[in-house]
Design a protein around this ligand. Structure first.
Ligand SMILES: [Fe+2]
Length: 295
């Protein structure tokens, strides 16, 4: 039977959310914090638990490669991930399985479509925190193998049009490889929406009296983006995305969301909005698309 994409998720990766969850893998501990986003992720997990799937395929803005897209290519990774900006919040002992077979298949299908692709086969490679945070919040059991794809920084190296073309080719490669694999897969686009953030931290990081959107302009952009995405206007969202990225310094420049929306065949159906919330002033939405309608 042909494989399928059973869900696509906009899965932002602020390390603060893992910090506030207090999982055993993370060294720092928190009292609370960012509940609306964490409870949104909780509802997402309940919906995903009702679906059968074999693997998670994720594209993270924090694994940055300037020459093509790279794919984790070692069956098992285990190490310590320390957030470079927030080492006080995120020192996470991770252990993950990789679906190397599917990763190779997507990489090969990408190469056939003119993309530069490469398998990362260094067993000591340190997996980026974007991949770890989004995967942990989506599936804290870590019992599904993942396929992790790097962000080829084509928006900054060339321009947004090159990124859009590459995202489309990578999405097509992803769809084809998944169909051929016979597997059922969940896709994760690991990114925030508006992304201008505070440059200082309060004494207690989880002090929610200090948490709010950076500015009203960002908030308006986030509401615009959510409104389009929620109401099945994926194509319009991508058409407006370059301006959104520039004005709201959004992480959409990395191509994760463009890739996922293309892989979902540009949804015209409603997305489920699980949560919207800010983290150090950035806007974050947890959203799910269910192509089979089986939510
Ligand atoms: Fe980020």
């Amino acid at each position: 039977m042909a494989g399928t994409i059973v869900a696509g998720v906009l899965a932002p990766h602020p390390p603060h959310l893992v910090y506030a969850e207090n999982p055993p893998q993370n060294e720092p501990t928190a009292e609370c914090g960012w509940e609306s986003l964490r409870w949104g992720y909780e509802r997402l997990r309940k919906d995903l638990a009702a679906l059968e799937y074999d693997a998670i395929v994720i594209l993270s803005p924090h694994w940055q490669t300037y020459v093509g897209h790279h794919f984790l290519g070692v069956p098992h990774f285990k190490s310590l991930s320390v957030d470079p900006v927030f080492p006080n919040l995120f020192r996470f002992h991770y252990e993950m399985d990789v679906d190397v077979e599917l990763a190779r298949a997507i990489a090969a299908a990408g190469a056939q479509r003119g993309l530069v692709t490469k398998m990362m086969e260094n067993p000591d490679f340190r997996v980026d925190y974007g991949t770890i945070v989004s995967c942990h919040l989506t599936r804290p059991e870590w019992d599904k193998p993942i396929v992790a794809i790097s962000s080829c920084r084509s928006t900054s190296y060339y321009n947004v049009d090159v990124m859009a073309q590459q995202a489309k080719a990578l999405a097509d490669a992803t769809k084809t490889a998944i169909a051929d694999s016979g597997k059922r897969v969940v896709l994760l686009a690991s990114n925030s929406l508006s992304h201008r953030h505070f440059t200082t931290e309060s004494t207690v990081p989880e002090d929610m009296s200090q948490e709010h959107i950076m500015n009203h302009g960002q908030y308006l952009w986030d509401m615009r983006a959510i409104d389009l995405l929620r109401n099945g206007k994926a194509q319009q969202f991508l058409d407006e995305m370059p301006e959104f990225t520039e004005q709201a310094i959004s992480e959409t420049d990395a191509g994760a969301l463009s890739w996922m929306l293309n892989a979902l065949d540009m949804p015209t159906y409603e997305a489920e909005l699980y949560a919207y919330g800010t983290v150090i002033g950035t806007g974050n939405a947890v959203m799910g698309w269910f192509p089979g309608g089986d939510r």
